[in-house]
Design a binder for this molecule. Structure first.
Ligand SMILES: [Zn+2]
Length: 63
C-alpha cells in the first residue's frame, strides 16, 4: 500500500506519491508545472525589462 502525502503548496488539496514529492520537492504535478511556468514567465519578463531599458534609450518617445 502506497501512502500519499499532501502537496505542500498552500491552498492545494492534491495528494501525491512520495516518489513524486521527491522529484518535485513536495509539490503535486499541477503545482510544479504552474511554478515552472511562472518562473519562466518571470525570467522572460526580466529579460524583457532589459530589452525595454535599451529601447528606452534608443526610443525615448515611447515613454
Ligand atoms: Zn499542489
Amino acid at each position: 500500500m502506497t501512502e500519499r502525502i499532501p502537496c505542500i503548496r498552500e491552498g492545494c488539496a492534491n495528494t501525491i506519491l512520495p516518489a513524486t514529492a521527491a522529484r518535485t520537492g513536495g509539490y503535486c504535478m499541477p503545482c510544479k508545472q504552474e511554478m515552472e511556468r511562472e518562473e519562466r514567465q518571470r525570467y522572460i519578463e526580466a529579460n524583457r525589462r532589459d530589452v525595454n531599458l535599451y529601447a528606452g534609450i534608443t526610443d525615448p518617445v515611447k515613454f
